[in-house]
Design a protein around this ligand. Structure first.
Ligand code: NDP
Ligand code: OXD
Length: 309
């Protein structure tokens, strides 16, 4: 059996070692060094070069190195019947929830304002905020959205979530689809985007969305850069409709050096690190997907290509 690492891999040797720890006999090649196209059974992909995946006649599965699969589905020439698998992993989920907690608390406990005061040598307490009165809205109640929703609830925040299909959750106020979008937004003091990037969600963080939020709301985008209309964010910050944003993902990554976000006092930037895949943690599920695909067995965490996630 041969697995091909295809696309952007910071340290392919770490992946090879993690995977071979679980299956020493697995042959692993790193694109573009492919001995024989017909030998490739499985592809592990992140931002692969377009038009390459269709060249492997005996491919049985395509696996994303992350939770998202938009980077695979952007290829217009994917072979039609090959299953696509994404990762669902506790270490990814914990990292993501830690990141969002940090961003929520940075806003809620006014750390950015205190940092400014520190730079001016100002000793001045700001009015405290009541956690129970702070509503955090989560766009997307999937694996990641649900985890952070529950953790924020445990900390005493008022939490609401928005999804495509109905959800019934004990302590989370759930809103459904386009018809409940505006009422979902109406009370979100903090809005967190954890949606997959699909034709329906691209550009969802736009002026209309911002204007439906309470004045001075705070945005956390940890999903994909293309969810955000960047110009609309700058305008919303200028008008005071939004008071700040914490962004981990961008339309263009790395964020270009001359981008206005870098120097904006109310934007916090991180380089797409909210949750980074740890090869040793996910190797068992990748091996499992490869082995099951060889035997034609049912795979876990497959993507529904027609809905885009
Ligand atoms: P899931 O597929 O588990 O959850 C997606 C959620 O979004 C579901 O609740 C789904 O609704 C909802 N959704 C999808 N489309 C719509 C729509 N049109 N309207 C309303 N709700 C919608 O994904 P994960 O939670 O695992 O991951 C979410 C995203 O996070 C990934 O796709 C990826 O882009 C991003 N990510 C970013 C990382 C980073 O480091 N910045 C790391 C990991 C992931 P329903 O439940 O009804 O299907
Ligand atoms: C992912 C990511 O999708 O890291 O896992 O963005």
């Amino acid at each position: 059996m041969t697995l091909l690492l295809l696309g952007e891999f910071e340290n392919p040797e770490v992946w090879v070692s993690a995977l071979q720890t679980y299956q020493p006999q697995l042959k692993i090649e790193v694109y573009p060094d492919v001995e024989n196209l017909a030998e490739i059974d499985a592809i592990l992909a992140w931002m692969h070069p377009l038009g390459v995946i269709e060249k492997f006649p005996n491919l049985k599965v395509i696996i994303s190195t992350g939770a998202g699969v938009d980077h695979i589905l952007r290829d217009p020439n994917l072979p039609p019947d090959i299953p696509i698998v994404r990762l669902v992993d506790d270490s990814l989920t914990s990292q993501m929830s830690e990141y969002i907690l940090l961003a929520v608390l940075q806003y809620h406990r006014q750390l950015i304002a205190y940092k400014t005061q520190q730079s001016q040598g100002v000793w001045q307490g700001l009015p405290p905020r009541n956690t129970a009165n702070c509503t955090v809205g989560i766009l997307g109640l999937g694996v990641l959205g649900l985890d952070i929703a529950q953790k924020l609830k445990m900390m005493g925040f008022s939490v609401r979530g928005w999804s495509r299909t109905p959800k019934v959750l004990d302590t989370i106020n759930c809103f459904l689809g386009e018809k409940e979008f505006k009422s979902f937004l109406s009370e979100c003091e903090i809005l967190v985007c954890l949606l997959p990037l699909t034709p329906k969600t691209e550009g969802i963080l736009n002026q209309n969305t911002f204007s439906a939020l309470p004045q001075g709301a705070y945005l956390i985008n940890v999903a994909r850069g293309k969810h955000l209309v960047e110009e609309d964010l700058l305008n919303a910050l200028k008008s005071g409709q939004l008071s700040g944003a914490c962004l981990d993902v961008f339309q263009i990554e790395p964020l270009p050096k001359n981008h206005p976000f870098w120097a904006h006092p109310n934007i916090t930037i991180t380089p797409h690190i909210a949750a980074k895949t740890i090869p040793a943690c996910v190797a068992p599920q990748i091996i499992d997907a490869i082995n099951k695909s060889q035997g034609g067995l049912l795979l876990n965490n497959t993507v529904d290509v027609s809905r885009g996630y």
